[in-house]
Design a protein around this ligand. Structure first.
Ligand SMILES: *Cc1c(COP(=O)(O)O)cnc(C)c1O
Length: 296
């Protein structure tokens, strides 16, 4: 895959808060219009040396991971299959239309079958078992985490005391925990409600000597995955007005809300230098009613 890391840059958003702390953002969202952010790093770990395999992966109707996989496989000339959660809707979401425009073959899987990640029989009518390379949902796995280690290498990030990021599967956080400097604190903000197995799942992707090298915040899910309220939207709009930083309500909006809330609660000192990883992916915003956000 083409190296997109030169396109990310570091922006300061310290002016957004009244505290004398440094808050910088590593803008992975600027890397690619579709394969943006952490998805590119995770996929890089999976898509190396695949030969002529067809890539199969899983996702919901607004999945950043699905459309990123569709775009990335097309770029390197591989076929792709997307197993989509839920029955086939009469109208495809913009995300699915886009994935399909990149040539991704979409198959729908009802919620029960999706939960167990059963591959629908219809797939095997078109593709042979041994030509498939399966990437787990959300790119969770060691190869994804290995790719994500390079995130902290896009720029000189050694002087930061904290590295923070939104967490879904935690694959990205595992890469950050493995690559961070020994003295840096790595904090993940979980966007799922009560995902108590998360610490363990991330630990499985982190080398032994780094297993305790990250913390998780569980109180910023705003009701659960892809749930939102007025307070969150207002925060995202205010942040955009003041810093021109776009966020999404599923991941980076919640995580940055957490960063400023933790600042307010005195978790960081004025000496701290905070690096927030903007993990990209604004797909979720497409599911909001028009006009909810003041940016696209
Ligand atoms: C997918 C995604 C995440 C979650 O990444 P994990 O490695 O699964 O924790 C975070 N932020 C954005 C914007 C995403 O699209």
């Amino acid at each position: 895959m083409t190296d997109l890391s030169p396109f990310c840059r570091i922006d300061s958003i310290s002016s957004f808060c009244d505290f004398r702390a440094t808050v910088d953002v590593l803008r992975l969202d600027l890397m690619h219009p579709v394969v943006s952010g952490n998805k590119w790093f995770k996929l890089k770990g999976y898509l190396a040396d695949l030969g002529q395999k067809t890539v199969l992966t899983f996702g919901g109707p607004y999945s950043n991971h699905l459309v990123a996989t569709a775009a990335a496989t097309r770029e390197i000339g591989l076929q792709s299959i997307g197993i989509v959660r839920g029955e086939k809707p009469s109208v495809l979401s913009p995300t699915l239309l886009q994935a399909s425009s990149y040539g991704m073959n979409l198959f729908f899987s009802d919620r029960a079958a999706y939960r167990t990640k059963t591959i629908p029989a219809a797939v095997f009518e078109c593709f042979h078992d041994d030509e498939l390379c399966i990437i787990p949902e959300g790119g969770y796995g060691k190869k994804g985490a290995a790719g994500a280690r390079d995130i902290l290498r896009c720029h000189n990030t050694k002087s930061y005391t904290y590295v923070l990021s939104a967490v879904g599967t935690g694959t990205t956080l595992a890469g950050l925990a493995a690559a961070a400097e020994a003295q840096q604190k790595v904090v993940g903000i979980s966007v799922l409600k009560n995902n108590r197995s998360l610490f363990e799942e991330i630990g499985q992707l982190v080398p032994d000597e780094r297993k305790g090298h990250f913390q998780l915040e569980h109180d910023y899910h705003f009701g659960g995955y892809a749930k939102w309220n007025h307070q969150l939207i207002q925060f995202m709009n205010r942040l955009y007005t003041s810093t021109k930083l776009p966020t999404d309500f599923v991941y980076t909006g919640k995580a940055l809300f957490a960063v400023f809330d933790l600042l307010e609660k005195g978790v960081f000192t004025s000496e701290d230098r905070i690096l927030f990883i903007h993990t990209g992916g604004l797909q979720g915003n497409r599911s909001l009613p028009k006009g909810t956000l003041i940016f696209e």
